[in-house]
Every structure is written in C-alpha cells, then in structure tokens.
Design a protein around this ligand. Structure first.
Ligand SMILES: NC(=O)c1ccc[n+]([C@@H]2O[C@H](COP(=O)([O-])OP(=O)(O)OC[C@H]3O[C@@H](n4cnc5c(N)ncnc54)[C@H](O)[C@@H]3O)[C@@H](O)[C@H]2O)c1
Length: 338
C-alpha cells in the first residue's frame, strides 16, 4: 500500500508526534523519529529515534539523511495559552530556526513531501472577538493579525512553505490544527492545554470542592481527539492539496461546559472559581470544515465527551501513580469511551 515508504516525524518525543509514529508503524511505514527529548510516558514505536536539536541545520541534515520520502514536521516550542503568551521571543526564535532549517535540509536531501504543522493561532484576532464566533475559514488568516509570537511564526512558516513550492517545486502540505487533546499529552508543568489541565484539576479535586479556570469561562473553543488528528495528518500528506487546511472539529463549547463535562465523567460535583486575571486567548474560535471535507472526503468527528472520557481516565491514572496515596484521585465512572 505504501511501498514501505521511509518517513521522518520531527517532534516524535511529543504528544501528536508520538501517536503519529505509532499509527505509521501500524500502517507498515519505516519511521525515524527525531526530537530534542525522548517521549515522556512510553517508548517510541519508531524504527530509529534520534535525540537532536532541530534548531541546528547540521542536525536537520542528519535527521533527513538516507532517502527519507516524507517529513511530518511537528517539532515546535509550544504549550497552552499561559505558555505562548509568556514567551514570545524564545518561541518565535526557536520555531523559526526549526522550520527554516527543516525545510532547507529536506529539500537538500531530496525529500518528496514535507508537511508543516501550523495552528489556528494564525487566524486574525479581530475575527475571534465573540464567544459565538463564526467558524474560521482558511482565508480568514488574512489580512494578517495572528496571535503574537506563536501565531506570527506559524503564519510565516506557512508562507515559507509556499515560497519553497514556488521557487523550487518542493512539495509541501500545511495543516492548521485546532486544539488537540488525548492520552499521552502533557498535563502539568505549564505547557499543558485546557482539556488536560481541566482533567488534572478535576482528578485532584475532592468531591464538592472548587476548580479554578482562567477568565469567566464563557470563552469558546473546539477540541479534536488525537486519533482524528493522526487520521487527518495521514490523509493530508497523501492528498494533492498544498494550501493550508483546517484540521479540527466544529463542536464548539465554552470552557465552563468543558469543565462540567470532565466533572460528570469523573462523577464529581464541583464548583467553578473564575480567575479573571488569567490569560484566556481569543474570545471564541471554531473550525470551518467545508474545505477539509471537500479535499479529504472526511473530517474529524470523535465527540468531545467520548475523547475526554479516555483522556480523563489516563490522566487520573498517571496522577494516581505519581502521588497516590496522598491525593484522592477517583476512577472514571463513565463508559462513554467504549
Ligand atoms: N496540540 C495542539 O493542540 C496543537 C495545536 C496547534 C498546533 N500544534 C502544533 O502541532 C505540533 C505538535 O504539537 P504537540 O501538541 O505534539 O506538542 P508537543 O510539545 O507535545 O510536541 C512538540 C515536540 O517538539 C519538540 N521540540 C521542541 N523544540 C525542539 C528542538 N529544538 N529540536 C527538536 N525537537 C524539539 C518538543 O520536545 C516536543 O516533544 C507543533 O508544531 C504544534 O505547534 C499543536
């Protein structure tokens, strides 16, 4: 089916990259993983895993050596809203270096296809000012007014992919992820995103206690389960489409609803305390999937409730391993994941 293609996944020590490597191996590909660190929670399924700092051009040339057919470039310095609003300079510099060097090394080493993982943070901020926001179409990234730092460097790297295609005929694919969640993702330490943070807070809370969330909780987002994300990545790489494509669900929820869902999964009654000084990001953001459906004949569809049940169960069990028996971490009571 895939003629034993040789694939490089950068960021293979991270959340999405780790899941992608496992799926590519199941599909019969030969896979090299590269990252500045090993995966945190379980060993990589890659045929080769190399610890490399991909800000360095020499390391990018090493990672792409030996007849690699496809590169999924997922390596990035990133985190949730607290992290990406705090470190504009470092995030921008690190990711510009990774993306520029990975593109050029891939071209020099005759890679056939290069997929760049962009983000919904590229979308113009003034189109995301209301909680019942219109879903974002791909063209809503322009006129440009992206998230400072992380959004700007992602938008520029998208442009760089286009320049490489135009000037060198280099085959690039551009994916704009909307909030991915699932097991084996960071859930503490400051780089975690909202669903993992909520699962951790709920798991650690005693019944009838309070959980804190940033803002008034009426800000809205859509969330995509990691299995949908991996399926979409493989489909986009295989497609002939080289402009940016949304990869997300259009199931819009408020952060208050997200917490309530997690609490129900955990079987706990909890109060929400709003920390109005915490960073919230844009007021509302949703994915418009017409183009994704047209190009891929498919779109992400795993319901949030179902994906959260699996994610909560994993995070609760990790916490239990790490801190039991001091904290009370209650097992999920939901069978919605089955
Ligand atoms: N998870 C999401 O919701 C989401 C949303 C939008 C975009 N994205 C993009 O998807 C990609 C993967 O995200 P993720 O959620 O798996 O994040 P992640 O942080 O789990 O994975 C990124 C990986 O990149 C690695 N990395 C960072 N700097 C590096 C360097 N200098 N050299 C080599 N490796 C380096 C990290 O160690 C990490 O393992 C990223 O490009 C991210 O910007 C993710």
């Amino acid at each position: 089916m895939n003629e034993r293609k040789r694939v490089l996944v950068t960021g293979a020590g991270g959340f999405i990259g780790h899941h992608l490597v496992r799926r590519l191996k199941e599909d019969g590909y030969w896979v090299r993983g590269a990252d500045i660190k090993e995966p945190e929670y379980e060993a990589s399924a890659a045929d080769e895993f190399e610890v490399l700092d991909l800000r360095e051009m020499d390391n990018c040339l090493l990672a792409t050596r030996g007849g690699i057919d496809q590169v999924y470039n997922l390596a990035a310095d990133m985190g949730g809203i607290g992290y990406i609003t705090a470190y504009h300079a470092a995030i921008s510099r690190n990711n510009i270096l990774i993306n520029a060097n990975m593109l050029e090394a891939s071209r020099q080493n005759s890679v056939q296809r290069f997929l760049f993982s962009s983000s919904a943070c590229v979308y113009a901020q003034d189109k995301q000012k209301s909680a019942d926001v219109a879903p974002l179409r791909e063209e809503d990234a322009y006129p440009a007014d992206p998230e400072p730092g992380y959004g700007w460097e992602k938008l520029f790297a998208e442009e760089l992919c286009r320049y490489y295609r135009k000037d060198y005929g280099f085959e690039t694919r551009i994916v704009r992820f909307h909030n991915v969640y699932g097991p084996l993702g960071t859930y503490d330490g400051g780089k975690e995103k909202a669903p993992a943070a909520m699962c951790r807070k709920v798991a650690l809370a005693a019944d009838q206690a309070e959980v804190e969330i940033w803002g008034d909780g009426e800000q809205t987002r859509s969330f995509m389960y990691v299995d949908d994300c991996v399926e979409g990545l493989i489909r986009i790489m295989a497609s002939d489409y080289h402009e940016a494509l949304n990869l997300g669900t259009d199931e819009l929820v408020t952060i208050n609803q997200l917490v309530t869902m997690v609490a129900e999964i955990a079987g706990k009654r909890l109060d929400i305390r709003h920390n109005l000084s915490g960073p919230q990001g844009v007021r509302g953001r949703n994915s418009e999937n017409s183009r994704t459906r047209r190009v891929l004949g498919w779109e992400p569809s795993i319901p949030l409730q179902k994906g959260l049940a699996v994610t909560y169960k994993w995070i609760a069990s990790e916490l239990r391993k790490a801190i039991a028996p001091q904290a009370e971490v209650i097992e999920t009571t939901s069978s919605a994941a089955d």
